[in-house]
Design a protein around this ligand. Structure first.
Ligand code: FAD
Length: 465
């Protein structure tokens, strides 16, 4: 076997051309060239995305820079405004007028981008080693005795691949087959349904993109026009930030009912609803919110589901990334970023010169061991963060010292929640995963460095060459 070869060393099928699947294809293409053939299967007839904003943390920005797409990204992304490097949180459940609770100063504030713009940039950067297949909805896969996988699609077609990455979102078919076919020693059979089926959080999220011009015509000083803002109430809050160079305002309005968490949600998870439905829900909020929502033109309502904490994200030659593996509540605005970080770490491992078809399971395990604990920690913290912005309405009573003290404590807790964004990063995680991978195939630090084999004999022997 030679370490470099003109024929692809293996074929990878990525199911799902969302943000995670696209970044995975780009990463593999950038770092492996044509040594890995990629088939990217997408259920829809085009690369589409439900249009709203995404926040990109500095950790995730590392991925965008490493992939060489930062120039295109920064042309359309909204940087954090200089007056406020993080969101302003307001006590907004006061129809007469809200008050600022506190302004979060972050050294690690996210930039924001319209989701459609991000997807368009990613599509441009797909490598020539990637073949896109549209209208290909994976339904299940079978493992062959040789180790290769047969993919089955909703149109009755099949395809063969050497490894499969499920990037197929919260209702992942790859996750379903993975857990249905796992050895019963690896996973408790009574919990399989719990791993396959997402859970409703009891929360509805109303999403809208509102033209900034329309808002400024009726309320030129509306807070949402300028800054990344969280309008807080009790069980209800709205996150807004400008996108598309300030010409639009992204709105995510949450309505939470904890009693309903874990109960089945009846009906479609995503539905277009009348703007009036959203406006009425926030009638008890401050005028800036009511004026903002008055300008909404279309609104969709999302029943917020999450993937329950999984015991693994890789097995044999199959792995899950992004929402397929850890769809989380969006209170940190981190889901898309984490899908990108998964994709980057996994893509670099697959593209690694020492990765062969034989040791692919070790590469997938290194990905799992580095990424899964972090994303699951983030999912738990994000869930907690959703409750932390619950806030009593402002009051004019004089006996408010204790309320203020509570708010100060609550503020410190909210601030501490965002520590994750400045810890580690996608590149550090990739290096950690590389170290784990090398260790698992019998190489120690120093035998393979910076793309060079330091100890040829031991390296070839570790690779069974
Ligand atoms: P998806 O975006 O779901 O993509 C999956 C792709 O797979 C789709 O193209 C789909 O058509 C395709 N597909 C599905 N099934 C199949 C199949 N069987 N076969 C083939 N293809 C298939 N994240 C952030 O980072 N920042 C934010 O500000 C933010 N805000 C959010 C607000 C709300 C209200 C919600 C609900 C989520 C938010 N998120 C945010 C989370 C973010 O949207 C997701 O985490 C992210 O889109 C996950 O990307 P993905 O590629 O893993 O999955």
């Amino acid at each position: 076997m030679s370490l470099s070869s003109s024929t692809p060393k293996f074929r990878v099928a990525i199911c799902g051309a969302g943000i995670g699947g696209l970044v995975l294809a780009i990463t593999i293409g950038k770092f492996a060239g044509h040594s890995i053939h990629i088939d990217l299967y997408e259920a829809h007839e085009a690369i589409t995305t439900a249009g709203a904003g995404v926040g990109i943390s500095p950790r995730t920005l590392e991925v965008i820079k490493e992939l060489g797409i930062y120039e295109e990204y920064s042309r359309v992304a909204n940087k954090p405004s200089s007056s406020s490097l993080g969101p302003t949180l307001r006590r907004s459940n006061a129809p007469q007028g809200g008050v600022e609770w506190f302004r979060q100063k972050l050294t690690n504030a996210p930039s924001h981008i319209h989701r459609q713009h991000l997807v368009e940039i990613l599509e441009q950067f797909l490598p020539s080693s990637c073949t896109l297949h549209f209208k290909k909805r994976l339904t299940r896969y079978d493992e062959q005795p040789s180790g290769s996988l047969i993919l089955h699609f909703a149109d009755d077609g099949t395809a063969t691949t050497d490894l499969l990455i499920g990037a197929d979102g919260i209702r992942s078919s790859a996750r379903k087959t993975l857990f249905e076919t796992l050895n019963r020693d690896v996973v408790d059979p009574t919990k399989i349904g719990h791993y396959i089926d997402p859970s409703w959080t009891g929360t509805l999220v109303y999403r809208a993109i509102i033209p900034a011009k329309k808002v400024s015509e009726i309320d030129p000083n509306n807070i949402a026009l300028k800054d990344f803002t969280v309008f807080c109430g009790m069980g209800k809050n709205i996150i807004t930030y400008p996108v598309a160079q300030g010409t639009q305002i992204n709105v995510a309005a949450f309505v939470r009912d904890d009693q309903k968490a874990g109960t089945p949600f009846e009906g479609h998870w995503v539905t277009d609803v009348s703007c009036k439905e959203l406006q009425e829900l926030y009638q008890d909020f401050e005028p800036d919110v009511r004026n903002l929502l008055k300008c909404s033109e279309t609104t969709s309502r999302w029943a917020l589901h999450v993937v329950n904490e999984l015991p693994l994200s890789a097995n044999g030659r199959v792995a899950l990334i992004g929402d397929a593996c850890h769809a989380m509540t969006p209170y940190f605005g981190a889901g898309a970023g984490q899908a990108m970080e998964d994709a980057f770490v996994l893509g670099r491992l697959l593209a690694h010169p020492l990765t062969t078809l034989d040791n692919v399971p070790a590469a997938l395990k290194a990905y799992q061991d580095v990424r899964l604990p972090f994303v699951q920690f983030l999912a738990r913290e994000s869930q907690r963060a959703g409750h932390m912005v619950d806030i009593e309405p402002p009051s004019t009573d004089e006996d408010n010292a204790h309320v203020q003290a509570n708010l100060d404590t609550q503020k410190e807790k909210v601030l501490a929640q965002f520590d994750w964004a400045s810890k580690g990063g996608a590149v550090a995680e990739w290096l950690e995963a590389e170290r784990k991978f090398q260790e698992s195939i019998g190489l120690t630090d120093g035998q393979y460095e910076n793309g060079c084999i330091v100890d040829v004999v031991r390296t070839l022997s570790a690779l069974n060459v």
